[in-house]
Design a protein. Structure first.
Length: 92
């Protein structure tokens, strides 16, 4: 994370840059349960194409559930996750 603590999550080049609150709760090593940053690899380019945030807990501990917003700062990930605005999708 930068020297200055990020107050809200940002999306930059397809990657989620977590706010200080989310950064403090991310499970960096185990990836078993909790809030995790998923990396989607572009196999043709051999690099991380984008990242998503998922929660792994309860019935969804194995695969996890991608979330549309940061539970800490409230920043929306909807457009990043779904590729469109929430208004276009109806009442989601």
């Amino acid at each position: 994370m930068d020297d200055e603590k990020r107050t809200t999550c940002e999306i930059e080049d397809g990657k989620v840059l977590p706010c200080w609150g989310m950064d403090s709760i991310l499970e960096l090593e185990s990836h078993r349960k909790g809030v995790v940053l998923l990396k989607i690899i572009d196999v043709n380019k051999g690099c991380v194409d984008r990242t998503l945030v998922a929660v792994r807990s309860g019935d969804h501990a194995k695969r996890g559930v991608c979330i549309n917003y940061c539970p800490m700062c409230g920043a929306s990930f909807y457009e990043h996750v779904h590729g469109g605005k929430a208004e276009e999708a109806g009442n989601e």
